[in-house]
Design a protein around this ligand. Structure first.
Ligand SMILES: [Fe+2]
Length: 306
């Protein structure tokens, strides 16, 4: 039923029909890369790095002109765009920044962005921008506050947004567990979930819980987007989520576990923000993600048709 090509197992054409297979190959198994100014020129001038889509933070590209505007335009002519916001500060006690939201709405429309995602955290308080993603207290009051803000953002943007569970290093004034907190917000806000597998691994390690159990307790039907990244273990008991290292094997394993739980295709992004390696190394990481995802999708197809 299956044939093996370049270490990826594909379904046999005669068993599934050409129309099914063309949609399987064209629409499935998307892997993307964060579009960073550090390597934008090299990326656009060569075919070494070949993602299916790119991700950008609207805040980094709104209102730019000249050389970088041309670079973004060129990238958008080649690749679909997924977006990942940086400064909406969805968990902040301050008022939502509607001026920023208006700019984001225009940017999403102009770039035909497929997904808009943001962090389940805050970075603004008393009108001070803190340039960090701070954890929201795991409390019922915060659940009500944040889920209402997500609903307001979704209404304003006229689209669902995907919320990312962030890595954190110390819980703040927790009255409930992290999983109950996250699930209550997603349910109340009726939003989608960006599942950053590395963040779950890092949090599980730093806060001594089983990341697989945590993932199984999430509303997986709401996962619309996955992030994968590297991190740095700085001591026996502490991992820092750096996005500056290659993905490690246990995080690939957790990704495979996640795909097998999801039982469907979800676009996956490789986040690399620091210590940018050769583009060929990034492509190797994308290849590995694609192979893992394809294997899981093939197993689902096999179960469906056997
Ligand atoms: Fe992420």
């Amino acid at each position: 039923m299956w044939r093996i090509q370049e270490k990826v197992i594909y379904p046999k054409a005669e068993l599934f029909g050409s129309a099914f297979l063309s949609s399987f190959y064209l629409k499935n198994n998307m892997t993307g890369i964060g579009f960073r100014k550090d390597f934008a020129e090299d990326f656009l001038r060569s075919s070494i790095l070949r993602p299916d889509f790119i991700e950008a933070a609207p805040e980094n590209w709104i209102g730019i002109g000249g050389f970088w505007k041309k670079q973004l335009k060129e990238a958008l002519e080649k690749y679909p765009l997924y977006t990942h916001g940086l400064s909406l500060s969805i968990g902040s006690p301050d008022d939502l920044d509607f001026s920023l939201l208006k700019q984001i709405k225009i940017f999403l429309k102009e770039t035909n962005a497929k997904i808009y995602s943001e962090h389940l955290s805050y970075s603004q308080c008393d009108n001070a921008h803190l340039y960090d993603l701070l954890p929201i207290p795991f409390t019922q009051e915060a659940v009500s506050h944040v889920s209402k803000r997500i609903q307001t953002v979704q209404d304003f943007l006229e689209r669902k947004i995907a919320i990312e569970i962030v890595s954190y290093y110390s819980p703040v004034a927790a009255e409930m567990s992290e999983i109950d907190f996250v699930n209550a917000i997603i349910e109340d806000a009726n939003c989608e979930l960006l599942l950053d597998v590395n963040n779950i691994y890092v949090n599980g390690f730093n806060h001594c819980y089983d990341p697989k159990k945590f993932i199984c307790q999430l509303p997986l039907e709401r996962v619309s987007y996955i992030h994968m990244a590297g991190h740095e273990q700085v001591s026996e008991n502490l991992i820092i989520d750096t996005h500056g290292e290659p993905i490690i094997d246990p995080v690939y394993d957790l990704f495979e576990f996640t795909m097998n739980q999801l039982k469907r295709d979800v676009p996956v992004l490789l986040e690399r923000d620091f210590n940018i390696p050769q583009l060929s190394e990034l492509q190797q990481e994308l290849n590995r993600l694609k192979v893992i995802k394809q294997k899981s999708l093939n197993e689902q197809l096999y179960e469906l048709h056997s």
